[in-house]
Design a protein around this ligand. Structure first.
Ligand code: KG4
Ligand code: ZN
Length: 346
């Protein structure tokens, strides 16, 4: 069964074709980074407009790449589309498109939870990853830890009380003039600084040890900038690290270390309490090289740690197609009045 996935929950317009929930035939992601970078973050209205103008082209390209023969619609058996959580206007573009296409092609369509998509991105590439598992979804909009019991049930153990980890990286980067999105920039610059130069403490989340919190470290970093006289650099400096002051590189390295420390601390605590045979980390921040290296080191000889490939770490539609496949293969479909849910829970 060939499922066309469509993802427009934030600032990537994405389409993918996945065969039998496993084999990725094509995976197209049109990033809007350049549009939003000038504003230092995603502007929801601009995101919706960009999705509306890009989606036709992205889906055409996705079909052409899958079968080299252009728009061979008759080989698409079902459509899976992200219905939340995300920006409502952005979600609506993907959903309206998916519904129209499914209606015209007379094929079924299902709505998919974006977070479930991120979780699925790991077994999609690592079918050997064993359950039960601890699954951390860590992105620009979410930081949540789940216990996956079997293929069908998943329990949220904790989530962030304030900012998501990616949001914390993006906000520091913006404050330092290093650009948007901040995660990849900080990932690149951190090895040039001393991670022990600035001391950040792990937040204590009273009453819920597994909860995350990232707003305190952001405030501490901004205070450090004021005290040490660290001024934002000029646009473009992120590409020339030799022009970035040492004090800023040290701050960036210490900050990233502290974000990773907290993520590992919560997984470790959950590991002690829950039965798990693997650890699965997904979402945009899972692309982070320090997180990848340290998570594998930390759990060495105790549990295998799985990450999606870099392309499947950040938002994509292959994970949405793979997630929708199960319901579509079971003959299920959603009705045409399915709505976008900006706060859809898992
Ligand atoms: O999953 P995603 O594409 O979108 C959401 O669902 O939010 O995640 C985007 C987030 C951004 O905050 C971005 O800065 C972060 O992922 N990110 C990274 C890296 N690549 C993307 N954070 C740290 N290191 C990276 N290499
Ligand atoms: Zn995402």
């Amino acid at each position: 069964m060939n499922v066309l996935g469509i993802e427009t929950s934030c600032d990537e317009t994405a389409a993918a074709l996945v065969e039998d929930g496993r084999r990725i035939l094509s995976n197209v992601v049109a990033s809007q980074v350049d549009v939003h970078a000038v504003y230092g973050g995603v502007v929801p209205e601009l995101a919706s407009r960009e999705h509306a103008s890009n989606i036709n082209h992205v889906v055409d390209l996705c079909l052409a790449q899958a079968w080299k023969g252009g728009s061979t619609w008759d080989r698409v058996d079902g459509i899976a589309v992200t219905r939340g959580p995300g920006l409502v206007g952005a979600l609506l573009v993907g959903m309206a498109y998916a519904k129209a296409l499914a209606f015209a092609l007379e094929i079924p369509m299902v709505g998919v939870n974006h977070l479930e998509g991120h979780i699925r991105s790991v077994p999609l590439e690592h079918p050997e990853a064993e359950l039960p598992a601890l699954a951390l979804v860590v992105s620009g909009g979410h930081t949540s830890l789940f216990h996956l019991e079997d293929g069908n049930s998943c329990r949220e153990l904790s989530r962030t009380r304030d900012d998501a980890a990616g949001e914390a990286l993006d906000k520091l980067s913006k404050a330092l003039g290093l650009g948007y999105p901040g995660g990849p920039v900080i990932d690149r610059l951190a090895p040039l600084g001393n991670p022990k130069a600035v001391r950040f403490s792990l937040p204590r989340t009273k009453g819920a040890e597994l909860d995350f919190s990232f707003s305190g470290i952001k405030t501490a970093a901004l205070r450090h900038c004021r005290l040490e006289g660290i001024q934002p650099v000029e646009p473009g400096f992120a590409k020339s690290p030799e022009r970035i002051p040492k004090a800023m590189l040290d701050l960036v390295a210490s900050y990233q270390k502290c974000v990773v420390d907290q993520l590992l601390d919560r997984i470790e605590k959950a590991w002690k309490r829950r039965d798990a045979r693997s650890i699965q980390i997904s979402g945009g921040v899972s692309a982070n090289s320090e997180l990848r290296r340290r998570a594998a080191d930390h759990f060495r000889d105790r549990a295998p740690v799985y990450f999606p490939s870099l392309l499947l770490s950040t938002d994509n539609a292959a994970m949405i197609a793979a997630t929708g496949h199960r319901r579509l293969a079971a003959g299920e479909r959603d009705s045409w009045d399915l709505t976008a849910e900006p706060n859809l829970p898992l």
